[in-house]
Design a protein around this ligand. Sequence first.
Ligand SMILES: Cc1ncc(C[n+]2csc(CCOP(=O)(O)OP(=O)(O)O)c2C)c(N)n1
Ligand SMILES: [Mg+2]
Length: 333
Amino acid sequence: MKPDQIIEALRLMLLSRALDEFCIKLQRRNRLGVYAPVHGQEAAVVGSAMALDPADDWMIPASREQPAMLRHGLPLENLLATYTGKVDHGRIPSDVKLLLRQQAIAAQLPHAVGLAWALKLRGLAAVALVYFGDGAASEGDFHEAANLAGVQNVPLIFFLINNRWAISTPVSKQTAAEDLSVRAAGYGFEGLRVDGDDLFAVYEATREAVARARAGGGPTLIEACTYRVGFHNTSDNPREYRDEAEVAAAEANDPIERVRRYATAAGIWSGEEEARISLEISTELNATYRKVASLPRPGPNAIFEHVYEEQPTRVRRQRDTLLNQLPEPDDAG
Ligand SMILES: Cc1ncc(C[n+]2csc(CCOP(=O)(O)OP(=O)(O)O)c2C)c(N)n1
Ligand SMILES: [Mg+2]
């Protein structure tokens, strides 16, 4: 990575950590529905995103890759609007090559293969990268997607974030295999494992996979080994099921601190620079949230929109019944 890229990555990682804290506070104040933090996984998420060219390449997220989505061009305002229920303002702009976050585990993987296959059929020199977790790797969707991606030799990077947990299921109960990246061999393409807390290693591994896919070399499975330091999401309490010592060990290997130390030793980062950037980030978060909070809430009709181009009678009836039963909306923000 060049110095300006290291600074960009470090800023994104700091923004990600601050965004986690900001959104968790909003959720605790009942201003945000549910939030899945990236804490601990920032190097895996940011390092991989930075290997893509947002002008050409497609990103297919799972559900906690917030800094990657921002790096790929999703405005912070749209991201915060989605999380705070202002769905009319949370859309992905049409020129941003990003799919929606996926809540149904692994369901994004077959879509990603189709998308990458379309890029190939159109003769574009573009690639797609899809995020998924160690839990998702057990789903049939993963195996079917990997098989088709191999057969069709599509330009797709399967970016597996092994954060050791799938809510309360540890990876040891998820699979008897030591290494998830070896699965790629069964589908006829390359797989590799990378230290997911090493920004530079993640970036280089993804860059190589992207270059190979762009040159017609087909898919790659990258397993980024990291740790989910935070809770699964704001409705989860990991103290119920995991040992705090494990969390402390991961915290001692903080991916942000690793880059901070490197950049400081390289003379391109300092405490003053970090204080300046952190202030810039909190100002940006506060100003953006103020703007989003002032936007109108969607009406109850919104849950019926964007699924069918023409609503079937059954759905129209459900909508009418619901709208007749609802009290007048308040405007509690
Ligand atoms: C098909 C499906 N099954 C179960 C769930 C409930 N669920 C939500 S997240 C999750 C665990 C996902 O773990 P992993 O793939 O490792 O991703 P991580 O949350 O660790 O990023 C599960 C089981 C779901 N959303 N969809
Ligand atoms: Mg996981």
